[in-house]
Design a protein around this ligand. Structure first.
Ligand code: ATP
Length: 342
């Protein structure tokens, strides 16, 4: 079934116009669609232009050239109050709301619906309570925003965007200050909102592991390659992730969807005969110590490690056999034996 796009950008350039003569173009000729019912993660190195793109989509700055269409109508033709009912935005900018309580700040999310005096009715109050509850911040409802930690403040801003009840939510690094359980909670929540409430959710993040686990679609942004977008699994298997950071000292592991440091100092092959988590952590140990784990029985190597339990590991080096009972003992044995034969 074809997904319904909510934003369509045609040949847009994004960047900063200081004055007529001084224009800093960050990207040109970008084309993309954002789809309803999907969580889309925007990934890219520092300075790639992720915030610039999110600010452009949220109408905080206009594209330098080209057109963006929201529900088929040019974005520039919308009135401000119309945008506030369609796009909820969570940016990383410093929040100047210290004099407000958490509940008051979240209630500002209802402003597009509450009229001039901002009077909240029963339904508004229920929506605010739900937003506070699902972001896990309800017990802080009466606290001043100035009394919160960075992570708690971030959750409040997400709650405010949820209270706004928009079909589109744009978030700039929403998990930046959060601890691991909160990052997982927020990403799960955003994924669920996209799927259950058919929202189009676009967030920028440096948290690639979680993005790959939970996003439906990826937008990869880099200064030299522009924007590459596609279904998450298709992008990963196409090899695009490997090209996201053009650096020789990192590589992307397609099998577990994570970036790893490439360690070059010596690359002696070591045959690994283990399964599942034992195989993964044996390879991890060997790689970070400069060895090249291989599974192929035909690879020529004089070091062979096999394990079927974490505390019963066999190491064979030049036909000498050793048994060790912890991972800590593996590298010293290999290094010692190598030093004796060098
Ligand atoms: N107000 C501004 N005026 C001029 N240039 C700017 C402005 N804000 C950002 N830039 C430049 O635009 C480029 C892209 O910045 P942006 O903040 O969009 O990147 P980003 O991908 O969000 O980076 P990060 O991952 O570090 O947050 C950078 O070179 C930055 O210096």
């Amino acid at each position: 079934m074809k997904k319904e796009s909510i934003f369509i950008a045609e040949n847009i350039s994004i960047g900063y116009r200081q004055n007529q003569a001084d224009i800093k173009t960050i990207h040109s000729l970008l084309n993309f669609s954002l789809f309803k019912g999907e969580l889309t993660c925007l990934l890219g190195p520092n300075g790639a232009g992720k915030s610039t793109l999110l600010r452009t989509l949220s109408t905080m700055q206009a594209p330098l050239t080209g057109n963006i269409y929201l529900l088929g109508k040019a974005l520039k033709d919308y009135k401000e109050y119309e945008i506030s009912r369609l796009i909820g935005v969570v940016l990383t900018d410093k929040i100047y709301a210290g004099g407000l309580t958490v509940a008051e700040l979240v209630s500002l999310g209802r402003h597009p619906y509450t009229g001039f005096f901002g009077k909240l009715n029963k339904k508004d109050k229920e929506i605010i309570e739900k937003a506070l509850s699902i972001t896990g911040i309800i017990d802080k409802a009466s606290h001043y925003v100035s009394q919160l930690s960075d992570g708690e403040r971030q959750k409040v801003m997400i709650a405010k965007a949820l209270a706004q009840e928009c079909p589109i939510v744009l978030l700039d690094e929403p998990t930046a200050f959060l601890d691991i359980p909160s990052r997982i909670d927020i990403m799960l929540l955003l994924h669920q909102l996209a799927h259950d409430e058919n929202k189009a959710i676009l967030l920028s993040t440096h948290d690639t592991d979680l993005a790959l686990l939970l996003s439906d679609r990826l937008w990869l942004l880099s200064r030299d390659k522009g924007l590459q977008s596609g279904f998450t699994e298709d992008i990963v298997l196409s090899g695009e992730m490997d090209r996201l950071f053009s650096r020789p000292n990192i590589f992307f592991n397609k099998e577990n969807g994570s970036f790893r440091p490439q360690i070059y100092h010596h690359q002696t092959p070591v045959r690994v005969d283990a399964k599942g988590e034992l195989s993964h952590w044996l390879k991890n140990l060997l790689q970070k110590n400069g060895f090249m784990p291989v599974s192929d029985k035909n690879t020529c190597t004089n070091i062979h490690i096999s394990a079927n339990q974490k505390d019963n590991i066999s190491i064979e080096i030049d036909n000498e056999k050793y048994t060790v009972h912890s991972f800590e003992e593996i590298i010293p044995i290999i290094e010692y034996t190598r030093s004796m034969t060098d």
